[in-house]
Design a protein around this ligand. Structure first.
Ligand code: FMN
Length: 198
C-alpha cells in the first residue's frame, strides 16, 4: 500500500509507531519547581551523540517532564527493563503536577551526585543530564506543533555492579524494554556481534 502522510489511509490505526520500532524508552526523572520528584516514560527518545554524550526526548504537549527539564535545567534517564515494566507503565499515569510519581509507581529513588533530579534506583543503569536544548518543533510550513524536544548532555553515569560483566555493560542481562506500535513492547534478551569493515 501507499499513502501520503497528509491523506487518509484505510488502516484501523496509524502504523507510524509500529514502523519506527522498537524505540528505546526514555524514563525521565525530574524535579518540579517545588522540588517534588516526577517520573515519566517517553518513547520518542534517542541517544543523539557521543563525546559529548547527548540524549533527547520529545513530548506531545508540554508535559511535566519537558517543563521540569527546561525550568530546572536537568533530568535523569533510567533504563526501563522487563523487570521494571509494570512500574514503568504505572509511571505514565497522568497525575497532577506535584504528585511524586516515583512513590506512586512504587519505586525507590536513586540519589544523583552531579544534579538534583533523582533516578530509578533499581534500574540497571541511569544517566544524569543537564539540559542543553529545549525547543518547540515546527512543521514543514513553519507552524508550531505543540511537540517539544529536549536534549540533555550526560554529566554522570550510574551502573549497578551486577550488570558489568568482563568490563562491559551486559545489555542482554539488563533486558531493556522497548516500545513498538499499538500497545506492543519488545525486550532485548539476546545480543549478537557484527564487526564493521576495515
Ligand atoms: C512506553 C510509553 C512511552 C511513552 N512515550 C511518550 C512520548 O514519547 N511522548 C509523550 O508525549 N508521551 C509519551 N507517553 C505518555 C507519557 O508517559 C504520559 O503522558 C505521562 O503522564 C507523562 O508524564 P509527565 O507529565 O510526568 O512527564 C508514553 C507512555 C508510555 C507508557
Amino acid at each position: 500500500m501507499f499513502y501520503r502522510a497528509d491523506e487518509a489511509h484505510d488502516l484501523p490505526f496509524d502504523p507510524f509507531k509500529a514502523i519506527v520500532a522498537p524505540r528505546p524508552i526514555g524514563w525521565i526523572g525530574t524535579l518540579n519547581a517545588d522540588g517534588v520528584p516526577n517520573l515519566g516514560p517517553y518513547s520518542f527518545f534517542a541517544a543523539l551523540s557521543s563525546r559529548p554524550h547527548m540524549i533527547g526526548f520529545s513530548s506531545e504537549g508540554l508535559k511535566h517532564s519537558p517543563r521540569n527539564a527546561r525550568d530546572r535545567g536537568e533530568f535523569t534517564f533510567s533504563l526501563a527493563t522487563l523487570a521494571l515494566a509494570g512500574a514503568m507503565n504505572a509511571s505514565s499515569a497522568s497525575l497532577p503536577d506535584g504528585a511524586n510519581e516515583f512513590a506512586a509507581a512504587g519505586l525507590e529513588m536513586g540519589r544523583s551526585r552531579v544534579i538534583a533530579a533523582p533516578f530509578v534506583r533499581d534500574s540497571p543503569a541511569a544517566l544524569e543530564c543537564k539540559t542543553v536544548h529545549f525547543m518547540e518543533l515546527t512543521d514543514i510550513n513553519g507552524r508550531a506543533t505543540d511537540r517539544f524536544f529536549i536534549v540533555g548532555q550526560v554529566v554522570a553515569v550510574h551502573i549497578r555492579d551486577e550488570f558489568i560483566v568482563d568490563g562491559r555493560f551486559d545489555t542482554a542481562r539488563a533486558q531493556p524494554l522497548s516500545r513498538a506500535g499499538y500497545q506492543d513492547y519488545a525486550t532485548v534478551a539476546e545480543v549478537w556481534e557484527m564487526r564493521r569493515p576495515g
